[in-house]
Design a protein around this ligand. Structure first.
Ligand SMILES: O=C(O)CCC(=O)C(=O)O
Length: 244
């Protein structure tokens, strides 16, 4: 199925740190995935209703439900789809692991943006950057809190992050340059480097905004702090071919 990424998109990835693959998946492709992800989110949200918060998740407002692929064969099979083999081997090289996956569901009528950060800011790893694929499970709009990026910010290297009320941040939400919004239809993927500074807007709509984030890395990912191998990564491609 390669090449899936056009030379222009590859150039955008190198120069701006991101690009969009519009309508990569159909509603039919998403249906079985969504059913499983909704189930995992609902279990997490039920726990959050008891505890109020868990990490950076907050009941009724924003829920990050991580590592679903390693616990669910339907989701792992989705992360191994040929589209992802093509994208990841084109951008990362022939040997690719699934590093992290999570749903991010943003509740309606929210008050907060999810602040500017680099994904490496949460867990510095080497080699960096790795690849973040932000898959819209429903239409992501400026109104319901789509992703925003600071084009070119991946070239700044890893920036210092400090804890804010709603997550780590490396760039002010009131700075004059608030980058560009990246609204996308359901089934589209925003592809960005883990050093690309991004945020998501407030969900001012009356419905939930739903995304599934899949992060792939070159095989053999290590903590940049301890040098130890990151545990729990899953082989996806070796020698440019899918791992069964
Ligand atoms: O989907 C969102 O609202 C933002 C999530 C995000 O930026 C992240 O998990 O790194």
């Amino acid at each position: 199925m390669r090449p899936l990424i056009s030379p222009e998109q590859h150039q955008q990835y190198e120069e701006r740190g991101f690009f969009v693959l519009e309508d990569l998946f159909t509603a039919t492709d998403l249906e079985p995935l969504l059913a499983v992800l909704e189930k995992h989110h609902a279990l997490h949200e039920a726990r959050l209703q008891q505890t109020g918060t868990e990490g950076i998740s907050r009941a009724g407002e924003i829920a990050f439900t991580a590592h679903i692929a390693r616990n669910d064969p339907t989701v792992l099979a989705f992360c191994r789809r040929p589209e992802f083999i093509a994208i990841t081997t084109q951008l990362l090289g022939p040997d690719v692991d699934l590093y992290w996956d999570q749903t991010v569901f943003k509740g309606p009528e929210g008050q907060h943006q999810f602040p500017w950060h680099q994904d490496d800011g949460y867990t510095p790893v080497t080699p960096s950057p790795y690849l973040t694929l932000w898959l819209a499970l429903n239409d992501a709009t400026v109104e319901n809190g789509c992703v925003w990026v600071l084009p070119g910010s991946h070239r700044l290297g890893l920036l210092p992050h400090k804890p804010g009320p709603t997550g780590l941040t490396c760039y002010p939400l009131d700075a004059p340059d608030q980058g560009v919004p990246v609204p996308v239809r359901a089934g589209s993927v925003v592809v960005f480097q883990s050093l690309t500074v991004h945020k998501s807007g407030t969900n001012r709509s009356s419905g939930m905004r739903k995304a599934y984030i899949i992060q792939y890395a070159q095989a053999g990912l290590r903590s940049a702090l301890t040098g130890e191998l990151i545990p729990g990564t899953i082989p996806i491609a070796r020698g440019g071919n899918a791992v069964a």
